[in-house]
Structures are given as C-alpha cells and as structure tokens.
Design a protein around this ligand. Structure first.
Ligand code: ATP
Ligand code: MG
Length: 587
C-alpha cells in the first residue's frame, strides 16, 4: 500500500472513503468504551481517541489462509496509517464448527504477520460470544417493537416461502402473531424447550423485497450444541448477518470491511443497525460496511472448509503442511511476513474480482529476501567431483560473501578438498551447444575456488556417471591476481565431500495443477500427485540452521523446517526457485 517512490500509502477506494469521512468529521465526539457498548452504557464513556476503528473478524473454524492475510493487512494496515485501532474479533456464533485450537492458531498467525491489538495497555481482542446476552436483549427489544417474530415453520418451509429472484416471498402464518406470544416463545427457545430447527426468530422486514436477504431473515436459530467458550449456556445462537452489524456497533467500529459476497447483505446490515439505534439500543454514528474483492490465487484453494477436507482426508500432513496456503503452512515453508505484506500491497484493493497468478506471490518472496537472505551453497542432486591433482590430505580455506551486496554481513568460510559434491546437471559427457559447465576437456571455475579442467568420468555397470574427474589450475584461485589469467564461461557451486552436512531437502510444487481448483466440488481429484519430493543432498558446513531463510546459490530460497527436523535429521524446505520455472514448464 505504499508508493514505491514517495513511500506514502497508495490510494484505493477504501482510503478515499476514510479520507472523506475524516474530512467531514464524521466521527467527531464519538465515544468509546470496552465492548459491549450500548447507547446507555456509552453515555458516560470518554471520547474515542482512535480516529477510525476497523476489525478483522475471523470465524474460529479453521486456520487462516493467504486470503485472510489480505484482510488482516488491510484492516490492521488502515488503522496504523490513520491513527486508528484494529480489533481482532472472533466471530464465534457457530458452535459446531468452532474450536479453541483455531482461536489459538489465528492469534498466532496474526501476531506472526506483525500485527497487534494492544494499544495503550488496552487489548482489543474480542469474542462475539461475549455479546450473546446483549444480543438476546436486543432481539427482545426488536420483538417488542414489532420488528421480529418467532416463526414455527420448519427450515424447509421457510426456504420454500422465501420466493426467488423473480418471484416475491410469501408471509409466514406466524408473521403477525401477537408480540406477547413471540416473546414467550423466544424465551422458551432460550430455555431449551424446543428441538433444533423447530422454531426460529425472524426479522420482520419485507417478504416482497427484491433483495432476498431482506425477506424476513432468520436472526436466531436453535442449536443444542456446546460452544467452545460459553459451553452449554446457550441453545440459541444469532445468525451471522444479524450478529455481525451488532458486533461492529458494540465495538464502535467505524469501517467494517468485508469481501464482495456480502454486498447483498449490506441492506440488512444497515436495516438492523438503524432499527436498533431507533430503539435506543445502539449509539450513532453507526458502523458502515464496505466491500472489496476477495483474493483469489491461481492453483490455490482459499476456503477453510475445503482446506479442512485436505487435512481430514490426510492429503496433507496438517494445517501447517508446507504446501498449504494457510499462514501456518506458508510460514513453515519459509515465507516471511514481509513477503506476504509485499504481496498484499502489490495485488492491491479492488472492487472487481480477479485471479492473481501464483508467480506474484513467489516474486514477492524473492524481492523480500534477496536484499537480506544470507547466501550459502547446497547440492540437491549430488555427483562426486574428484580433483585428481589435489593431494588427498590437503584442505584449503575458501571465503565467500555472506551477502553479495552487503559487505557488512561479512564472509563465510569453507574448505576446498580433493573430493567435492557438485550438482549432477553440472556435468555432461556429450554436451549440447551452449553448455558451458563440466564436460571432458572443458574449463570451469569452482566458485570461490580454482579453475578446473574436466578430464573424464567414471560410470557404474549401468552406464550411470558416478564420479567426474578434473585437474585444477594452481594459479587461478578466486581473489588472487591469477584468477583472471584464464577465461571460463562456466561457474559451478560445490561443497567439500569431507565437510558438507547431509540434509534432506523438501522440494515442493503446486498443490493443485489446475489454475482454479476451487470451482470443482470434487477438488480432491485435482490434487497434484507430485506436489512434494524429498531428496538427500549436502549443505555447506557452518550454516547456522536458525539464521534462514537463505538463498542457496543458483538454486533458490530455502528455510529450515523445524517440524520435519524434530526427529534429529535436518530437513530444509525449498520455498521457491530463483526464477519462475512454472511458466517455462507449461508453455
Ligand atoms: P472461509 O470461506 O475460508 O471460511 P471466510 O470468509 O468465511 O473464509 P472468515 O473467518 O469469516 O472466513 O474471514 C474473516 C475475514 O477474512 C472476513 O472479513 C473475510 O471477508 C476475509 N477473507 C476471507 N477470505 C478472504 C479472501 N480470499 N480475500 C480477502 N479477504 C478474505
Ligand atoms: Mg465466514
């Protein structure tokens, strides 16, 4: 969200709305207290010091994914830029699907991204379930004022009489029942006298509205289910479309930002707030809802329900599998908070739905890490190189910059020995044109070492090359005056076979080959069978395993995986290659 030249936040339609609101002093005199803030309780409260209030309102029914990162970045980012406060609010009104583990994972993910909800010693971490009692009271007020009624139709009947896009709905036979009756029934619903689905509280709006969401939506339903926070205190739960505006209002939210699919809900959002403000339940100014386009990333599923299916079916190792688009998975893979924020900035905030290519995410990682990632050498597909004129017991210290553009990062040191590991594809017995690496007779530089002349190779009984032989040219050591005396076009990486550390590298590919796996209900059929490959390779000695992510020269960006390494082995994830290979592969 920053202009690359001035560093100032780039504008978007939401920023323009906020700018206008602030210019018009829309929130002047607005009071604030710890929620739930009703009109009555707010009267004694001090004026809000926050210039705006936003919120990130996840439902704790799964781990957060890359799409949520956009919403977090937007809501917390706007609050930071405008001298406001962003709340982290759990929208926990759906007891069957919600769990404390998800609450914990979400808190962890938002923190990891670098955002915090504590301001001046006040925690702005809230739970919709803390408002259940107040919400119940509001529902009672709505019934009393004739704005809600208890319907005894079954869920199916309610659906059938709702009408369609082209035909109006029909009134429930219970719509005009006496207020007293609805009050009584609603209380009995709360007391647990009825089974799930037998009764519902509906808002009385307009069964003929062209907007189906205004055709007397259900606002409370019966659910005999244990809630992860309120236990068995409740057996009726408010519906999202009614609860959400109330949660926003009880927290003094000024800008309630959500994704486009809620655009049709906005009239009911406003209706609910207006009715409750008129009834003296809520204070003005009321929150307003604004919608932006969801982030859709190619080859990626961003639906908690579908991600849960991948976990439950054992298609991945868990929510934090490094192939998962969850923040926990991206984190374990090696993605940095900075790279995800850069990705959010670059993809911007728009009113129009679109798909973003996966390469944009990978490029954000490269751009975030390139200036800071320490360099090292790793060999993923090892082939032995023997320098035949190098004495068996001789070792020579070589140095290389930790970072090519940052002298202050210093130098790394490693040994050159007679036997080395090189990448298998850095040797070819009969090379094609423009192949400048090792082949018999060719000269190549061992990076940070000497120039060597390839003299041949050794094969096993199947004809597979198992060893490459070369002789080094003594005066050509890197960094010495003789290093330029011979010109070579190939420059290859290596590690000493005697000193290198054995490492398992996990190499990942897209979890789905299909660009838009979400559009298929049977999305499991679209899984890439080869989304993960592990290889046994070698790592430059002396690399601090906890100082990554690194750039391994010529290969890409890598990060230590402490989950997979828990058994004492060393497992390193490839986050992404240095260049985008995908486009090349599919074209
Ligand atoms: P899911 O379908 O994965 O459960 P959701 O929208 O139901 O997603 P919530 O927990 O309700 O998940 O989302 C919290 C916030 O994150 C909401 O404001 C929602 O609009 C936003 N959000 C979710 N997915 C995306 C996305 N792909 N792009 C941008 N914002 C998103
Ligand atoms: Mg949701």
């Amino acid at each position: 969200m920053t202009d690359p030249v001035s560093g100032a936040p780039t504008s978007n339609f939401i920023r323009q709305i906020i700018d206008t609101d602030l210019k018009n002093n829309k929130f002047e005199g607005k009071r604030w207290q710890l929620p739930p803030a009703t009109l009555a309780s707010l009267q004694q409260a001090p004026v809000d010091t926050a210039r705006i209030r936003t919120r990130f309102p996840p439902e704790p029914n799964g781990f957060l994914h890359i799409g949520h990162a956009k919403s977090i970045w937007l809501n917390f980012g706007l609050a930071q830029q405008y001298g406001g406060i962003c709340h982290l609010r759990f929208d926990d009104t759906n007891p069957e699907k919600e769990e404390q583990t998800y609450v914990d994972a979400i808190i962890d993910a938002v923190h990891w991204l670098g955002y915090d909800w504590n301001t001046d010693g006040v925690s702005h971490l809230f739970f919709a379930s803390d408002y259940f009692e107040v919400m119940y009271g509001f529902a009672v007020e709505m019934i009393k004022a004739g704005h809600a009624y208890v319907d005894e139709q079954s869920p199916d009947e309610i659906r059938e009489t709702r009408g369609t896009l082209t035909s109006p709905g029909t009134n429930s036979p219970w719509r005009d029942r006496p207020v007293e009756e609805s009050l009584q029934k609603f209380q009995e619903m709360r007391e647990g006298k009825y089974p799930n689905g037998s009764l519902a509280l509906r808002a009385k709006v307009d069964m003929t509205s062209p907007n189906i969401n205004l055709r007397d939506p259900v606002i409370y339903r019966i659910r005999h289910a244990e809630h992860h926070r309120t236990g068995n205190d409740w057996c009726i739960y408010p519906m999202y479309s009614w609860a959400h505006p109330i949660e926003d209002a009880l927290e003094g939210i000024t800008h309630s930002i959500c994704t486009l699919e809620f655009e049709d809900q906005r009239p009911f959002y406003d209706w609910t707030l207006e009715v409750l403000a008129d009834l003296g339940c809520l204070a003005r100014p009321l929150p307003r809802q604004f919608e932006f386009a969801r982030m859709n990333l190619n080859h990626v599923i961003t639906s908690k329900r579908k991600l849960l299916k991948l976990v439950q079916d054992g298609r991945v190792s868990g929510w934090d599998d490094p192939r998962m688009p969850t923040l926990a998975g991206l984190r374990r893979r090696g993605y940095t908070p900075g790279s995800l924020k850069l990705f959010c900035e670059r993809t911007g905030v728009s009113k129009a739905n679109s798909r973003i290519d996966y390469s944009v995410l990978e490029q954000a990682l490269r751009d975030d890490l390139d200036p800071i990632a320490p360099r090292a050498v790793a060999i993923l597909d090892p082939l032995k190189l023997v320098i035949t004129n190098w004495p068996e017991d001789q070792t020579q210290l070589c140095t290389a910059p930790r970072h090519p553009h940052n002298k202050e990062a210093g130098q790394r040191e490693f040994m050159l020995t007679r036997e080395l590991w090189i990448e298998r594809d850095d040797f070819m017995e009969t090379p094609p044109k423009k192949y400048f690496r090792l082949f018999p007779g060719n000269l190549v530089r061992l990076k940070y070492g000497y120039i060597v002349r390839c003299t041949g190779c050794v094969k096993d009984e199947n004809g597979q090359v198992i060893e490459v032989h070369a002789e080094y040219l003594p005066d050509t050591r890197s960094g010495t005056p003789g290093s330029d005396s011979v010109k070579v076009r190939g420059n290859i990486t290596w590690v000493s076979a005697q000193h290198a550390i054995p490492v398992e590298f996990a190499l990942y590919d897209r979890l789905f080959l299909d660009e838009a796996p979400e559009r298929e209900e049977d999305f499991l059929a679209l899984l890439n069978p080869d989304s993960m490959q592990t290889v046994q390779g070698w790592l430059e000695p002396g690399v601090d395993l906890h100082a990554g992510p690194w750039q391994f020269e010529r290969l890409g960006y890598f990060a230590y995986d402490d989950v997979q390494s828990a058994d004492g082995s060393i497992v390193i994830n490839r986050i992404t290659t240095l260049k985008d290979n995908w486009a090349k592969r599919t074209n």
